[in-house]
Design a protein around this ligand. Structure first.
Ligand code: GLN
Length: 390
């Protein structure tokens, strides 16, 4: 059954004027939504039932075509208050049913209007359950959304998709990072300056760090060790962000310098992968990744389970349940958290230097608040380090 079935009332009949083309040759036809044109990227599925606006404005989604498994998208429109960054980042957007109306007192405009303004090429009216199963079975694939003049014959569109870059090996930090440093003040009494490396940071993360008493200096992704240390930070933070951690050599080197300078460190998502690499572990590409807001994670130290927000396609390669030695010479390390769905590493803790990180998103946005306390743990680590130095 498609919405263009002849029995559908005229108002519900939609044009078949867009196509989603997967690298394996599968093609889904639907109607254009948001911007018109051609979008290329890795097709990934996101399972959150809420929070489409936070997903779309998360810079970690740059270079990807997001398939929403939730079948009805857009009913609450968009409001700038919920933006996680200055724009929507996925190259393409795939939904089953795009809401024809906007119904929320906070809405400033329909979702489609912002997709269009930010150049996100979307497609609606496709079977997102079938697409998700395809991605789950075949693995993450390159894909394209084509509409308007870009909608050509199948073979031509497939050739374009197959010539597009793979996510593995791709560096995207320069696309999303601030180009100039900027400062944000602590909320309440300051405990010092935190050097924040912007690899695609979200507004909520900045807010939670400010709430912990850090004066933030947010730095471009290509900052050098000298540039970071010139701000006399009491600690360093690496954000989430798009791309393959194996293609982030300069940020890994910077982090090794920061760890040698004994700055307390906290990293989220991409930041967790880069801590893993800085400590000397490898990273690898997951078959189809974790993207959703109800991902169960075990905190090994406490035995507690947290329901977390996640968005990652790569992971750290480190053994769970044993004390590890950092191959890069930073002492003992342990896997602090892992996924209860597939035992993928979800957190790292160094035991001989003040550094830890999580693969999931403690700032949630969208998602549950279970892991907000990680920001408090970072504050405690920084205060403990200061106390030890006094
Ligand atoms: N949200 C993130 O920071 C994602 C990290 C990395 N780009 C990945 O896909 O695994």
């Amino acid at each position: 059954m498609t919405e263009s079935a002849s029995s559908a009332p005229a108002a519900l009949r939609r044009a078949q004027d867009a196509a989603l083309v997967l690298e394996d040759g599968t093609i889904y036809r639907g109607s254009a939504y948001g911007a018109t044109g051609q979008a290329l990227g890795e097709a990934v599925f996101a399972t959150g039932m809420t929070g489409y606006q936070e997903t779309l404005t998360d810079p970690s989604y740059a270079g990807q075509i997001v398939v929403q498994t939730s079948p009805h998208i857009g009913i609450t429109g968009v409001t700038s208050e919920d933006d996680e960054s200055a724009r929507m980042w996925p190259s393409g957007y795939v939904v089953r049913t795009a809401s024809r109306i906007t119904s929320n007192w906070r809405a400033e405009e329909p979702l489609g209007a912002q997709l269009e303004r930010d150049g996100v090429v979307g497609i609606a009216g496709v079977d997102t359950r079938a697409i998700t199963r395809r991605i789950r079975d075949v693995g993450a694939m390159r894909a394209g959304v084509f509409s308007g003049e870009a909608l050509t014959d199948d073979a031509a569109m497939l050739a374009v998709v197959r010539e597009s870059p793979q996510m593995a090996g791709r560096s995207l930090a320069a696309t999303v990072s601030t180009t100039e440093p900027y400062a944000l003040p602590a909320e309440g009494e300051s405990i010092g300056t935190l050097a924040v490396l912007d690899l695609g940071i979200k507004g909520s993360t900045l807010k939670y760090l400010q709430q912990q008493g850090f004066d933030l200096v947010v730095l471009p992704q290509d900052s050098t060790l000298e540039q970071v240390l010139a701000h006399e930070p009491v600690a360093a933070f690496y954000s989430n962000g798009p791309g393959d951690p194996a293609a982030s050599g300069s940020q890994v080197e910077l982090l090794q310098g920061l760890l040698r300078a004994e700055l307390p460190f906290f990293g989220i998502c991409f930041g967790n992968q880069l801590l893993g690499r800085a400590l000397g572990f490898g990273t690898y590409k997951l078959p189809f990744g974790h993207r959703g807001i109800n991902q169960p994670v075990l905190d090994v130290a406490t035995g507690r389970v947290e329901i977390t927000s996640q968005n990652h396609g790569f992971a750290v390669d480190a053994a769970i349940g044993e004390q590890l030695e950092s191959p890069a010479g930073f002492g003992r390390v342990e896997v602090s958290h892992y996924s209860l769905n597939d035992r993928v590493v979800e957190g790292l803790r160094a035991l001989d230097i003040p550094a830890f990180s999580v693969q999931y998103h403690p700032e949630s946005a969208a998602g549950p608040n279970d892991a907000h306390h990680m920001f408090g743990q970072f504050r405690d680590l920084v205060i403990a380090k200061k106390g030890a130095q006094a």
